[in-house]
Design a protein around this ligand. Structure first.
Ligand code: SF4
Length: 428
């Protein structure tokens, strides 16, 4: 099999992994080595299925010995199989890099033989690249069950490491990925967190000490394959952020590939649910929300029609209205339509005088949403006469009405959709 044929199979097989964002490392080229990494993130293009691939995102092998029910590469699936030799993949990566096709490598692999054997081969690729003075970004997936020594070696070579948690509960993991265990996933996460912390401390004292996974660690969670609700998923994410200092939890809508009896019966990936989980995750990380505030046992799923901040605000009328000229940052951040940047602008601007609704617009506040929840100098926006029901209707009108049908994977090869509603990300 030629390298090109392997690349077609293994590049395609890697597209199911969502954890490909690569921001966080600043390493300018030294003039002597090849390449550099930028802190602002180096993957800003998208694969045919809408996922980010400015990294060369590839599996070392898809010849898997495991039987994860949700996975297209499971041992019993009838799919084309291939494996790179470590030197082939290292040379390919360097060749792409030199031609400016990519800015780094995202390397994952099926478990070929044993976890240790697989990790050794992946580390071999990274070691070859670094020996060739490859200074580009490398994100490597750790294989659950591989030995701690191999994990340490990998962390010295990669910029970011990740161990996929895969499913939101031990029960589902046991049912759908019987060869994996929660402990085999969480213990490398713990080891990585400790090593990253120690390395940061070491580099504070000795700035030239070698780095260890300087861009931190992340994980991926499959959404919709198993019965856990959004509340369980967000609580797990919050716990992972706290306990293992993860940079990101990636949510990947389950793509139905199997008729395994324990898998959810769905026909399409739940992309809108994935999108709402990313929004809620953002609220956990940057807006001071707790998972238990966003969802509870009486409302365990995110509202698919409204973004999670609007949903929370409608359920908590006692928190509003917020007086723009007095509220602290923490409170401003809870108002729909006010993002981190506009909240800080409000705090800076009101030092010089009382703010009006007109000022808020200039400061970047999305008044279409915020107006229902704030007062300026004790006054609501003049034309607003709202109750909870009409407020929800107005917020729904503001949410894009055609959001549902648009939530499908974008294709690199379809005609470009130029409608203003083609993007799905909302602010504030
Ligand atoms: S270990 Fe499981 S998830 Fe990973 S490639 Fe093999 S079957 Fe797929």
């Amino acid at each position: 099999m030629t390298v090109m044929e392997k690349l077609c199979i293994l590049g395609d097989a890697a597209k199911y992994d969502a954890s490909c964002s690569s921001s966080g490392v600043e390493r300018p080229g030294s003039g002597r080595n090849v390449g550099s990494a930028a802190a602002a993130g180096i993957c800003h293009s998208w694969s045919a299925d809408g996922r980010c691939i400015s990294l060369l995102k590839v599996l070392l092998s898809n010849e898997c010995s495991y039987q994860c029910a949700y996975c297209v590469n499971a041992a019993d699936r009838d799919v084309p199989r291939a494996s790179f030799e470590p030197d082939e993949l290292a040379e390919l990566t360097l060749a792409f890099y030199r031609r400016n096709y990519i800015e780094g490598l995202f390397l994952s692999s099926a478990v070929r033989g044993t976890p240790d054997r697989t990790m050794e081969r992946m580390i071999d690729v990274l070691a070859r690249l670094r020996r060739s003075d490859f200074g580009g970004y490398i994100h490597m997936k750790a294989i659950p069950g591989a030995s701690p020594e191999l994990l340490s070696r990998a962390g010295r070579l990669a910029d970011r490491m990740s161990v996929n948690i895969e499913l939101p509960s031990r029960h589902s993991l046991g049912l759908l990925a019987p060869q994996k265990s929660a402990d085999a996933i969480l213990s490398p996460m713990g080891q990585l967190a400790a090593s990253i912390r120690e390395n940061a401390e070491e580099r504070r004292q000795y700035p030239h000490a070698p780095t260890f996974a300087a861009a931190g660690q992340s994980t991926q969670l499959i959404v919709g394959a198993s019965p856990e609700d959004d509340r369980q998923i967000l609580s797990l994410s919050q716990e992972l952020y706290r306990r293992y200092a993860l940079r990101r939890v990636y949510y990947s809508a389950y793509i139905p590939v199997s008729s395994h009896p324990a898998l959810a019966r769905i026909t399409r990936p739940p992309l809108l649910r994935e999108h709402r989980l990313y929004q809620a995750d953002w609220l956990l990380r940057f807006y001071g929300f707790e998972a238990g505030e966003l969802l509870d046992t009486s409302a365990p799923m995110l509202d698919e029609q409204l973004d999670p901040k609007c949903g929370w605000a409608l359920r908590h009328p006692e928190f509003f209205p917020v007086e723009i000229n007095r509220a602290p940052l923490y409170t401003l951040l809870r108002v729909p339509g006010i993002g981190g940047v506009s909240a800080r602008r409000i705090i800076a601007a009101r030092r010089y005088g009382s703010l009006t609704f007109e000022d808020l617009k200039k400061l970047g506040v999305v008044l279409r949403r915020a107006a229902f929840f704030v007062t300026c100098g004790g006054r609501t926006m003049p034309e607003l006469r709202m109750n909870a029901r009409t407020m929800r209707q107005a917020l729904l009108r503001d949410a894009r009405p055609d959001l549902g049908p648009l939530c499908r994977q974008l294709s690199l090869f379809d005609p470009v959709d130029t409608r203003p509603s083609a993007g799905l990300i909302e602010e504030g």
